[in-house]
Design a protein around this ligand. Structure first.
Ligand SMILES: CC(C)(COP(=O)(O)OP(=O)(O)OC[C@H]1O[C@@H](n2cnc3c(N)ncnc32)[C@H](O)[C@@H]1OP(=O)(O)O)[C@@H](O)C(=O)NCCC(=O)NCCS
Length: 184
């Protein structure tokens, strides 16, 4: 099984074209033409909430600098949506992380997060935040691994309680915060 190193991905990330057969995925900013495939990927990645295609179009158009698509052989294998908090521009909020089942367990999610942090190096991110439901072990494992890799503290606090989701049955979404970065 291939494990994707961050460095090898950043080189392919420079190219927007499809990867050669057998090559690792290309990591790049999404474009509007990716939105339908991203929507399909999220539909196939429970327990993620599926948003409308229109939401993914907006992410691809307005937030492409802080989002990542992993493409291999013309297929979207992974996606991250993220944005800077409007009133705290040193906090990158990671909204959804998805890796298709066919590409899991190869450190693709880690590589996409690493790629994003490298791409945004000049923005001097101090904290990365996300929400993770209590039972999502894969997601918890991912963010724990990133905190270790970035040698930064990881903290958890209450954020969106399940009652805030109204009539929709939805787990609570506590906040995970990694950082501060670069204190050393
Ligand atoms: C969570 C998800 C993105 C992980 O993608 P991935 O590419 O397989 O993850 P990686 O291979 O990069 O693994 C990253 C770390 O998470 C850990 N991890 C991954 N899947 C795990 C699982 N099912 N249980 C526990 N830990 C897991 C890995 O062990 C690794 O840590 P390590 O380097 O210390 O071994 C993927 O499983 C997924 O899309 N799940 C469905 C959607 C979802 O829950 N998204 C997250 C919500 S934001």
């Amino acid at each position: 099984m291939t494990a994707y190193a961050e460095s090898s991905l950043s080189s392919t990330a420079a190219s927007a074209g499809p990867a050669a057969p057998g090559a690792g995925p290309t990591l790049r900013a999404p474009q509007a033409q990716d939105a339908a495939a991203i929507h399909q990927l999220i539909a196939e990645c429970p327990p993620l909430d599926l948003n409308s295609v229109y939401v993914y179009l907006l992410l691809c158009e307005h937030f492409r600098r802080t989002c990542v698509v992993a493409e291999r052989g013309g297929r979207v294998d992974g996606f991250i949506s993220a944005y800077f908090l409007p009133e705290q521009p040193d906090v990158l909020f990671v909204w959804q992380v998805a890796v298709h089942e066919r590409a899991r367990g190869q450190r693709l999610a880690q590589a996409m997060l690493g790629h994003l942090k490298q791409r945004l190096a000049s923005d001097r991110i101090r904290f990365l935040e996300t929400t993770v439901s209590p039972d999502n072990q894969a997601s918890r494992g991912l963010f724990k691994a990133m905190a270790r890799r970035w040698q930064a503290p990881l903290q958890e606090q209450e954020f969106f309680q399940s009652t805030l989701f109204g009539r929709q049955a939805h787990d609570a979404e506590p906040l995970l915060r990694i950082g501060p970065f670069g204190a050393a």
